[in-house]
Design a protein around this ligand. Sequence first.
Ligand code: HEM
Length: 442
Amino acid sequence: MGRADIPGPRGARETLGALRGLTSDPCPTLDALVARHGATFAVGGGPLTMAVVGDPAHLAPLLAMSTDTFKWGHRFNVLGFIVGPGSMIVSDGDDHRRRRGATQPGFARRRLDGWMPLIVAATDRLIDETLLATSRPVDLYPHGRTLVRRIVVHVLFGDALGERADELGAILEPAMTYGVQPALRQLPHPLPYTRRAHAREALRAADRIIYEEIERRLRPRADEQSDVLDTLITSGLLKSEIRDQTITLIAAGYDTTASGFAWMVLRAAREPAIWAKLRAEADTVFADDVDASTLRRLTYAEAVVRESLRLHPPGVFSPRQAERAVQLGDFPVKKGTMILWSPYVSGRLPDVWKDPLEFRPARFLDADPRQQAAIDGAWLPFGRGPRACIGFALAQMELTLALARLAQRVDISFTRRAVPRPVGMIVNRPEGGIPATVTRRT
Ligand code: HEM
């Protein structure tokens, strides 16, 4: 960005402070920088300029631009180690279009509708086997991760590997926890006995399972499945590309959705009026069999999910590098600039959201057309445009159904009252997890 034209911290001390804050404790740092410089600002200078974009007037053109304007396979994208060089998430240009295009039909609406019963059943299993199996407080954060993992593995691999979701999850765990560390902790090295070495071994073990399943499906067989892996296998991608998209979908949909789950349960269950409304709606909707209409009828639960993702988007910002100079409103962005666009910033702007720090799901239900247009421009937890989240409909469906089912079946009381701080760089989660006592509804 032309540093003369864009606000932001000046001088070495302020700049280093901002960089340190953004890379170690991004949410409060963003709050402070936005209050001082506005919702779009730049940090650093020359080839090391970073532009944080949170103003909806800049986000709209940014997210609509052709993908060839930016690069995702840039030097700070350390994800390639986990997801593989053939993953759509680290690809650009035609490679990206081909890989994303091959995966997209796996998430068609018709498919999604068919997954609803399995999501409700997975939530019931968590409630019955885990949450109600003890009267002691439990930490809902790891249990949310288990739920999300079971669902995503089932959706990707169908019944065959769905049964092995916990095994596959346990195998992959060292790789997933490694992958959500700050980029600086993920610098490549070949040293044994390190977290990177454990992650590498975990990926090799998961690869064996995935390649075995790919080979099994390439042989003539009776059990035609309509899961995402079958979509990938019939897409014409190379076997290594199929593996890379598979790991990508597990990795991209895992900690993100688990973080969304944690914040959502925390926010909804601490407000008795919200929990009661969720319960009343769920009682009506789940009185009928779960089918394609179920999600559409859970309008209040959907608003709660949207409100939670507004205040706590799992990805505080998403990076892309400018491949050429672009203009965002009045701001010229130079080629090479790292752009961090932020749904966290746009989700808390007082000129879009009345009382932005208040948790008020009804804002998604009672907006007039003018407010609705502002909401549409600023509610961006899944991004928008050609690089938007490929799993957004699945994630929203998982969160909405799981929330409604929990509200219908259990009461949750938290062992602490305050809303925890967010921790985690790539994906944020509540500090200290969400310790809670879960009991059958009274
Ligand atoms: C609450 C949960 C989730 C959130 C908040 C979320 C958010 C995002 C965001 C912000 C992006 C990047 C957009 C950009 O760079 O401009 C993204 C990309 C992506 N997400 Fe999600 N995501 C979630 C769940 C999922 C799930 C469940 C899946 C798959 C099963 C998934 C798969 C992907 C993939 C493959 C991409 C890369 C798309 C591309 O490069 O074209 N995500 N997601």
